[in-house]
Design a protein around this ligand. Structure first.
Ligand SMILES: [Fe+2]
Ligand SMILES: [Fe+2]
Length: 284
């Protein structure tokens, strides 16, 4: 796993993302915590509840990054190893910031028993032995976070959480870019069983999110956020990523059909050539 002089190409796009990640670092002390929050009871309590799934996602992304670093090292993917260290610091910062938000509001997140399925999903990700599964699972979870923060940026731009959301979203944009680059490069090599596993994971997470949304919809409405709109955006974004990665059955079958046709055409061409050659040698 450890190599003295690992390969690191200057033109590797993931190395460029690592550089962006290094330059993009910032700390909680640079943020203006005196900005108004704009919530009083009972909105603050509702906000604390709807923030919980995102808060859990930030923590598990940070924890999972340490595991995935080893996987990248085992595959000798040095630029990905470097990049994931900035990802880990990003998620650590988000986790710390949200903890601070809870303290500022004198609120606590939901209990684990209220988020059992969500917790199970993240636990499954942490235990996953394949870096592709982890990355895809985190990608879906990150998309949810992006839309959640996006709603606060849009509807509460001048509040503390609105401003914080703007900063977090710029970190999340790097995470999306990495997932697209990394998984996109593997697009043509992914075995069908892996694609099926990823689609199953997508269905599981969207199902869990929908259940959670139903439970938290009254809280979201009280805060002034449209949970259903966030869910719709999430489904749209996930579909886009799935299309980019060519994971869906229909698209995959179309690619397989095209490959098969190309093989048939090549075989027909080869046999036609063979016939032509034998005709020529017979007439000689
Ligand atoms: Fe995050
Ligand atoms: Fe993230």
């Amino acid at each position: 796993m450890i190599r003295v002089f690992p390969d690191l190409r200057d033109d590797d796009p993931i190395l460029a993302l690592f550089h962006k990640g290094v330059k993009g670092q910032w700390s909680a002390s640079e943020f203006d915590w005196t900005l108004p929050f704009g919530f009083h009871e009972p909105e603050a309590a509702s906000f604390a509840r709807i923030l919980t799934p995102v808060y859990l996602g930030e923590q598990t992304a940070m924890l999972g990054a340490s595991t995935i670093l080893q996987h990248f090292a085992m595959e000798h993917e040095t630029s990905a190893e470097l990049y994931i260290t900035t990802f880990m610091l990003d998620e650590a910062r988000h986790f710390e910031m949200l903890t601070r938000v809870y303290k500022l509001l004198h609120q606590t997140p939901l209990e684990m028993r209220d988020l059992r399925e969500m917790f199970r999903y993240h636990h499954r990700l942490l235990k996953s032995k394949h870096r592709i599964d982890w990355l895809f699972g985190i990608l879906v979870s990150d998309l949810f976070a992006k839309n959640f923060y996006g709603a606060f940026r849009k509807y509460f731009p001048d509040t503390l959480f609105g401003k914080l959301s703007v900063r977090i979203i710029s970190d999340e944009a790097r995470h999306q870019a990495f997932a697209e680059h990394y998984l996109g490069a593997l697009r043509d090599e992914l075995p069908h069983e892996v694609r099926d596993r990823l689609l199953e994971m997508r269905d599981d997470l969207l199902f869990i999110m929908q259940g959670m949304l139903r439970r938290l919809a009254p809280d979201a409405a009280l805060v002034g956020i449209d949970g259903y709109a966030i869910m719709q955006e999430l489904e749209h974004d996930v579909k886009r990523k799935v299309d980019i990665l060519g994971l869906e059955q229909e698209e995959r079958e179309a690619v397989l059909r095209a490959e098969e046709e190309a093989e048939h055409a090549a075989a027909a061409e080869a046999s036609a050539e063979l016939v032509a050659t034998s005709d020529t040698s017979a007439s000689e």
